[in-house]
Design a protein around this ligand. Structure first.
Ligand code: FAD
Length: 541
């Protein structure tokens, strides 16, 4: 018999419980405890027209990349459709006479609603939508407080999360068009298989050839024709193999070894950059943590890395348990906060035109590469909500469109945390000073120059004109126009100078279109901070 495997945010074949479940149903589904001679699985991915407009170009590039890689692993047998998923799945199941449809669970409010609608449609054909596995190590909703609620504070959640047994990767693979998996009781149970030997039961199925299916020609997307300038960088060039290579590189290289100290440095490649792979499920956190446990990293680095994965799990859990927190303040104390409504300031923030070098560099990094360093995400989010006093939802929406690693739970709660409205949030009254953030986490101004074409061109111009200039927020010292300092030294009396640019970076910067002048700061830091605090205290008046 035939089952359908509906790929969504799980674009891999290894460590894939839903793939194992689909193969099990194909082999045993219609004949409990028996074997089907022709066990087939049809893999399908569906572009959801209701969601596609949300994808910016980087997200789209990464998705196409991930699908092309997946299709190669599946021997070119991935059927890709552009259609409403409810219609597509039920039509497809009917056309091929499937015995079940399989999917990895997904806990966002949109996905939960979509799955229910697909379930209802399949019900009319007496077919199940079987949800197996999910994008987290511990399924959301599992870790509860004593009164059965969800944790509102990360440290308490993570204590429980670390204490629970962490499941290892699920043995699944696809080779030469054939699925091989070893299943245990939990998957066997879904098709009433009684006898599962101690080491697990082996199942196999072949991938169904989608060219045999008719009636879907006009909805079929040809992946080979989906091209675009996809730079070969880790954040957009995703796929199962790439994720493993990157993980290995991270765990054995300087970024992994120094993770504990370097992860906050915007000017260094000090993090794993696996977020896009996790967002599209080309790798599962089970695999990451299993490899991390085997890696020879300093304990502090290893613990810190696992803790970051735990943040992702915490936010996934929180959003599932409190779906309204997607767009509503977690902290009810902000219900009457007096946010501004200034579109012009928002545009300037979006375009990296605030006159604050770190903020502007970060926004350029986002729009031009689809990714932004975590520290920079916090700086720009804080700036939008506390310097510009604009609602965090505006920024969250902009991020969702542009971030190649956009994950709904991490994004919405990353925003709420920074805005001070969220779970154990950084309090609203703690206002980041963008200059000091730059001085501390980009002390040689490498990051701000790399991503700030306006600033760079001004520096180049002043180099050519051999004149010295003072920028608001930045000082270009006399006779040293190629050097720049943050206005306030990190330690009294010690100014940190920018090192001379290496030739490669200089060339890259030169190729960017520059603007003549660097903008004045759109708000004054001190005044903005005072106004933010005034509104914070006034919100309950
Ligand atoms: P690493 O430092 O190598 O961390 C490893 C993994 O741990 C990451 O890939 C990610 O899955 C997880 N992780 C790390 N930090 C966090 C965190 N603070 N919250 C949740 N998970 C974390 N992350 C996303 O994956 N998608 C988003 O849409 C997203 N939006 C954000 C918005 C804001 C305003 C903020 C402050 C943070 C956001 N983050 C988001 C979290 C974090 O910035 C990214 O996960 C991280 O920068 C990705 O880079 P990396 O893979 O090199 O991280």
């Amino acid at each position: 018999s035939t089952s359908i495997l509906w790929f969504r945010r799980d674009l891999r074949t290894g460590d894939h419980p839903a793939l194992a479940a689909a193969a099990t149903w194909a082999q045993h589904g219609s004949t409990p405890n028996g074997q089907n001679e022709q066990a087939e699985v049809l893999p399908v991915f569906i572009f959801d027209p209701a969601q596609c407009h949300l994808h910016g170009r980087w997200r789209y590039h990464a998705l196409i990349n991930g699908l092309q890689e997946l299709n190669r692993t599946l021997d070119g047998r991935l059927l890709v459709l552009w259609e409403d998923p409810v219609t597509a799945i039920s039509r497809l199941a009917k056309t091929i006479g499937a015995n079940s449809v399989h999917v990895t669970d997904d806990y966002t409010p949109y996905a939960q609603d979509l799955y229910e609608r697909v379930e209802d449609a399949l019900d009319q054909q007496n077919l199940p939508l079987v949800r197996t596995g999910d994008p987290y190590l511990i399924p959301p909703g599992t870790i509860t407080t004593q009164d059965g609620g969800n944790y509102k504070v990360f440290t308490a959640f993570s204590k429980r999360w670390f204490a629970l047994p962490h499941p290892g990767p699920m043995p699944t693979k696809v080779r030469n068009g054939k699925i091989e998996a070893k299943i245990g009781r939990s998957i066997a149970k879904t098709v009433d298989i009684d006898q599962v030997p101690a080491g697990g039961l082996k199942v196999t199925a072949i991938l169904k050839d989608p060219s045999e299916i008719s009636g879907f020609e006009s909805q079929t997307v040809n992946l080979d024709k989906c091209t675009g300038a996809v730079p070969e960088v880790w954040t957009t060039h995703i796929g199962e193999k790439q994720a493993k290579v990157r993980l290995e590189e991270f765990l054995t290289g300087p970024a992994g070894v120094n993770y504990d100290t370097d992860r906050d440095r915007m000017d260094r490649d000090g993090t794993s950059r696996l977020s896009t792979q996790l967002a599209y499920g080309t790798i599962h956190p089970r695999t990451i943590l299993a490899e991390l446990a085997q890696a020879d990293l300093p304990e502090k680095a290893s613990e810190r890395y696992a803790t970051e994965i735990a943040w992702r799990e915490f936010y996934g859990d929180f959003l599932y348990c409190q779906p309204d927190s997607a767009w509503e303040n977690v902290n009810p104390g902000f219900a009457r906060f007096d946010w501004d409504d200034d579109q012009e300031k928002f545009e300037k923030w979006c375009q990296g035109q605030t006159g604050y070098p770190v903020v502007d560099a970060a926004m350029h990094q986002l729009v031009e590469s689809g990714w932004m360093h975590n520290r920079a995400r916090m700086v720009v989010a804080s700036f939008l909500t506390k310097h510009l006093l604009l609602p965090w939802q505006w920024g969250a929406k902009f991020f969702l469109h542009h971030l190649v690693d956009a994950e709904f739970a991490s994004n919405q709660h990353g925003w709420q945390w920074t805005a001070g409205t969220g779970t154990d949030a950084s309090p609203y009254f703690r206002v980041f000073n963008p200059y000091l953030q730059g001085a501390k986490f980009d002390p040689e101004a490498i990051y701000i120059r790399a991503w700030n074409p306006a600033l760079q061109s001004l520096l180049e111009r002043s180099e050519n004109e051999s004149e010295s200039k003072t920028l608001p927020g930045l000082e270009i010292p006399e006779n040293k126009p190629h050097k720049v300092a943050y206005p306030r030294p990190l330690k009294a009396g010690k100014t940190i100078w920018l090192k001379e640019l290496d030739a490669k970076t200089a060339k890259k910067l030169h190729e960017k279109p520059g603007q003549a002048d660097y903008p004045e700061p759109i708000v004054d830091h001190k005044t903005a901070r005072e106004e933010a605090l005034r509104r914070y205290h006034a919100r309950n008046d």
